[in-house]
Design a protein around this ligand. Structure first.
Ligand code: PLP
Length: 419
């Protein structure tokens, strides 16, 4: 169980927000602290995830890849099999239960690639809440399929046109909305970052992942795993995969960040493993941020939109400083190789984010023995990312496919008189 010291994890965390938001954060924290040790509340949460999202997700042995690599037995925790295709639904369903208890009727969220917005839209539809999702206008263009589904699900998607028109501006806009609407609105934060109590609260709901890994590994391996590996964007799937093992020092916990193209500024999103992140306060909390020379938030790059983030969970910053979590990274090239290996050898289509954990995990497994077990958290599935993946693996034959798809759509739009 993860417990902060008054919102802090070592030197990281805290709550650095405008005064107007403090009552809402305190209300949320009081409610959460009152419920988190209540077995009836946890059971209510588990039932919702079982009935709606298919939990528990399986632990799948990768027999062919393990044999081919010749090291540890590799297992995948299948968060890709959740409803909506990733672990993000765990967190939003949990927050949905808190919203119901607070008696609020409206939720807001910000989203970059659209995955968290989509999960929030799904939760809002299921629980009968109004949802407004803020998204940079540039991201709306890049991730239109998620926008399409959010609107079909009944959510309002607001395009933010200030600044670079991406996640950061969407976050500012969502906070502005919240400051004016805290009375009836809950802000659904999507990862284990942001002001207290969010890092702790999001990790609490995601810890269902490692609770299940623990039970499944005892049953399927006859022991705890030797290593658990997860990718790190904001850090929620990693905290979920690690939480239940924090008191088991024999289980090595490894977080894989986006190594991108190179270690040059702006070409990666490594905050933990290469001393590239510097302690700072932004977006309501204190953590290791990528910063440029004048202390402004730096530019980031990743082949996977969900790992393209300047901050990182204060809990992971603390745990890696303490040596409990081993941070590492995988480059775009390593990621595409791991992606193909999993597809072709095991018939599983991973999200590009999760393929970072695969790349890191495969490398580590090769240094281990066949008697050992390594679990990789497969945070999401990749078939929804078809166009991103087609662009990430450019091949001439797919250019035609992408173009024909666009032409067919515009033909239909013309027939229906939309264009
Ligand atoms: C959003 C996302 C991530 C990164 O977010 P975390 O909070 O670090 O887990 C990783 N994998 C998938 C599939 C995602 O959608």
């Amino acid at each position: 169980m993860i417990r902060s010291d008054n919102g802090f994890f070592g030197e990281f965390g805290g709550r650095f927000v405008p005064e107007i938001l403090l009552p809402a954060l305190t209300e949320l924290e009081d409610l959460f602290f009152g419920l988190r040790d209540d077995p009836a509340f946890w059971q209510e949460y588990l039932t919702l995830t079982q009935e709606f999202s298919g939990r528990p997700t399986p632990l799948t042995p990768l027999r062919r890849i393990s044999k081919q690599l010749g090291g540890a037995q590799i297992w995948l925790k299948r968060e890709d099999l959740n409803h909506s295709g990733a672990h993000k639904i765990n967190n939003v369903l949990g927050q949905g239960l808190l919203v119901q208890r607070m008696g609020k009727k409206r939720v807001i969220a910000e989203t970059g690639a659209g995955q968290h917005g989509l999960a929030t839209a799904i939760m809002a539809a299921r629980l009968g809440l109004d949802a407004t999702i803020y998204m940079g206008a540039e991201d709306i263009e890049r991730q239109y399929s998620n926008v399409f589904w959010m609107r079909q699900l009944g959510s309002k998607v607001v395009g933010v046109t200030t600044g670079a028109q991406t996640l950061k501006e969407a976050l500012d806009e969502a906070l502005r909305d919240w400051a004016a609407s805290v009375e009836n609105t809950h802000y659904v934060l999507g990862t284990a970052c942001g002001p207290a109590p969010f890092p702790e609260l999001v990790s609490y709901f995601q810890s269902v992942i490692s609770d299940e890994i623990k039970v499944q590994s005892m049953k399927q391996m006859g022991s705890l795993p030797d290593e658990v590996v997860a990718c790190v964007g904001g850090g929620s799937n990693a905290m979920g995969a690690f939480a239940a093992f924090l008191e088991d020092p024999e289980v090595t916990l490894v977080g894989i960040e986006a190594g991108g193209l190179s270690l040059k500024d702006g070409e990666h999103s490594i905050r933990l493993s290469q001393n590239t992140g510097e302690t700072g306060i932004a977006q309501g909390y204190k953590t290791l941020f990528l910063q440029n020379n004048d202390g402004q938030l730096g530019d980031t790059h990743s082949i996977a939109a969900g790992l393209d983030y300047v901050g990182v969970s204060p809990i992971l910053a603390h745990l890696s400083q303490q040596g409990r979590v081993v941070p590492d990274s995988a480059t775009d090239t390593e990621v595409t190789e791991a992606f193909s290996l999993l597809m072709k050898t095991e018939g599983i289509i991973p999200a590009l984010e999760s393929a970072h954990a695969l790349a890191g995990g495969f490398k580590r497994a090769q240094q281990m023995t066949p008697e050992q077990n390594l679990v990789i958290n497969l945070s999401g599935r990749g078939d929804k990312d078809i166009f991103t993946v087609a662009r990430a693996f450019p091949q001439a034959e797919w250019a035609g496919f992408l173009q024909r798809e666009a032409e067919r759509s515009s033909e239909i739009m013309q027939q229906k008189g939309v264009l």
